[in-house]
Design a protein around this ligand. Structure first.
Ligand SMILES: Cc1cc2nc3c(=O)[nH]c(=O)nc-3n(C[C@H](O)[C@H](O)[C@H](O)COP(=O)(O)O)c2cc1C
Length: 208
């Protein structure tokens, strides 16, 4: 695929078939993470790969109790009346657990968090480790798209980080950025409409 075609085809899929993603493809997708820029030149990324719906269900068990609260919070927080955004949430929220289990492949990308704790940054550059991990994640999303796969991730809320770190036995000084699924999309997968952006409106010459 051409790069711009990959960029256009990358979408957030929340409905998957159970067709297995091979180890070779998985390795290529994870390999793409190590081609992303990194703040410390070290690329201290580690990946927990969980296969099989039952194993995934055990790993993401802490999501269960949080989902109701999360749903209310998002709807309360929205005062924009943005229809496209709400259509996305209406599809996405009830699927947060299902979407992570359906393809039978869950990937948890960890990065080493040195210096200040992730949630107590001293300055913007304290977040460089986190930012590097997200650069790596975008590479993975694009690589997955190039392999004909869909992808989606759930951002942990509440106590999901600490609970999932306990369940997976992750070291203290490592954090994870999200719960990522890649897989073959279901035939009837729903894709909310993307916002149409006029690029020229977003470019400010010399001053805003
Ligand atoms: C920082 C960030 C957090 C997100 N959190 C979630 C999430 O927790 N659950 C989810 O289903 N999608 C999540 N998404 C996916 C967005 O909903 C999605 O990218 C957006 O609606 C645009 O759709 P598209 O990816 O198909 O272009 C997140 C995306 C970003 C960049």
């Amino acid at each position: 695929m051409e790069l711009y075609e990959v960029l256009a085809k990358r979408r957030t899929y929340r409905d998957y078939s159970d067709r297995e993603v091979s180890d070779e493809i998985l390795k290529r997708v994870i390999g793409a993470a190590f081609k992303a820029p990194t703040n410390d030149h070290l690329r201290q990324l580690e990946f927990i790969v969980v296969r099989g719906r039952e194993h995934i269900a055990q790993t993401i068990a802490p999501l269960g109790k949080n989902m109701e609260a999360f749903k209310n919070l998002v709807f309360e927080a929205d005062d924009t009346g943005d229809k496209e955004k709400m259509a996305m949430f209406a599809d996405a929220l009830p699927k947060q657990q299902k979407m992570l289990m359906e393809s039978g492949l869950l990937i948890i990308p960890f990065f080493r968090q040195k210096q200040s704790p992730l949630l107590e940054p001293a300055e913007q550059s304290s977040l460089n480790y986190f930012a590097s991990a997200w650069c790596a994640l975008e590479n993975m999303l694009l690589a997955a798209t190039n392999e004909g796969l869909g992808s989606v991730f759930h951002i942990p809320v509440g106590d999901e980080v600490s609970e999932i770190k306990k369940i997976t036995g992750a070291p203290e000084d490592y954090e994870f950025i999200c719960l990522l699924t890649i897989g073959y999309p279901a035939e009837n997968a729903v894709l909310p409409k993307q916002k149409e952006i006029n690029i020229e409106d977003r470019i400010h010459e010399n001053i805003w």
